[in-house]
Design a binder for this molecule. Structure first.
Ligand code: ZN
Length: 336
């Protein structure tokens, strides 16, 4: 019999990414649909089900071809209940995502937090490949995180494990974060945070340079402009990225001091800066990391980009269903 496929889904505020994935983690087909936020996102489960049906039909496959669906969704997720507790940007509150999609598709569904799902994707097929003790941080519009210990995600007591973006920095006059606290890492190391820091720095700095000149004219600055200016040794840009990598290195080193990971994977749009970010970050990390911890860990840029979430979703459903059923079979045969 042909090998069955896994479906991976990654729900974002603007688009929903979907893919059919082989059991070895290869992408067979991937596509995306817009996130329909009308009526507090209530149409999303049926949009996902219809889209999966359509793509199976185009590939001349029946629903039996799929083992199940693994979904990464924003917000704190109750993994056992399959519900999304709050996803402000979509409008969900205690939203029974797993049950609604199961009802629409008649397939088994696993639901996980989106940053956790991306971390699992990187562990399986990306930059974390082979590492069972892994910290994954996504520097995008916000800062997401996933922590894997002994190959398993850390969910914590009530699903908020791995919220690296809300580690509070030592900047006392920190900016207010959307979680309600001040000085969260997200307010400094996300794309939005970097731009905020840059605006503050550009408004106050006496330096002259290309970045400052461009900002004077347009009053706009982007993350890419800042990293490009660092490469050209622009003093203001270097000072901005020094602040970012200081706080990021401080938070990651202290996290590593507690967890002793093998790898720290840095993903999200900001990580496109690659070495311009990674080299100063490694320096900052080294000064705060416990020597034994620093020896055991490698800081790397994520490899899967936007595919991490769908690949992670596929792994989660494979793990939950195939490996579990294999376990049951072993148990049955042993008892016979
Ligand atoms: Zn926060």
């Amino acid at each position: 019999m042909d090998e069955k496929w896994l479906a991976g889904v990654d729900i974002g505020g603007t688009t929903i990414k979907m893919a059919f994935i082989s059991q070895k983690g290869g992408i067979i087909r991937k596509w995306e649909i817009p996130t329909n936020k009308n009526e507090k996102g209530k149409h999303i489960p049926s949009d996902i089900a219809k889209s999966i049906n359509l793509h199976l039909y185009e590939l001349k496959q029946s629903k039996d071809k799929l083992v199940g669906i693994g979904i990464g969704a924003p917000g704190p997720v109750n993994v056992q209940a399959g519900t999304i507790e709050v996803a402000v940007n979509i409008g969900w509150e205690n939203f029974p995502l797993r049950d609604l999609i199961q009802r629409e598709t008649f397939l088994p569904v696993v639901v996980e937090n989106d940053a956790n799902s991306a971390a699992i994707g990187e562990m399986w097929k990306g930059a974390g490949n082979g590492a069972k003790n892994l910290i994954c941080i996504t520097l995008g519009t916000g800062v997401g995180g996933g922590i894997i210990v002994n190959g398993k995600l850390v969910h914590g007591e009530n699903g908020a494990g791995g919220e690296i973006g809300h580690i509070t920095s030592i900047r006392k006059d920190g900016i207010l974060c959307k979680c309600g606290k001040k000085g969260c890492l997200e307010t400094i190391a996300s794309a939005t945070g970097i731009v905020n820091l840059a605006q503050e720095e550009l408004a106050n700095s006496e330096d002259i340079g290309r970045l400052k000149e461009d900002y004077k004219k347009s009053q706009i600055v982007t993350c890419k402009q800042i990293f490009d200016a660092v490469k050209k040794a622009d003093k203001t840009a270097i000072r901005i990225i020094d602040q970012v990598t200081f706080h990021l290195g401080f938070a990651l080193a202290n996290l590593a001091n507690s967890l002793n990971p093998q790898r720290i994977v840095i993903g999200g749009g900001v990580s496109n800066a690659e070495d311009t970010l990674l080299i100063p970050l490694k320096e900052q990390f080294a000064q705060f990391a416990f020597p034994r911890v620093a020896e055991g860990v490698e800081l790397v840029i994520a490899k899967l980009g936007n595919d991490a979430g769908v690949i992670g979703g596929a792994w989660l459903v494979k793990e939950a269903l195939i490996n579990k059923s294999k376990g049951n079979l072993v148990a049955v045969s042993e008892s016979c």
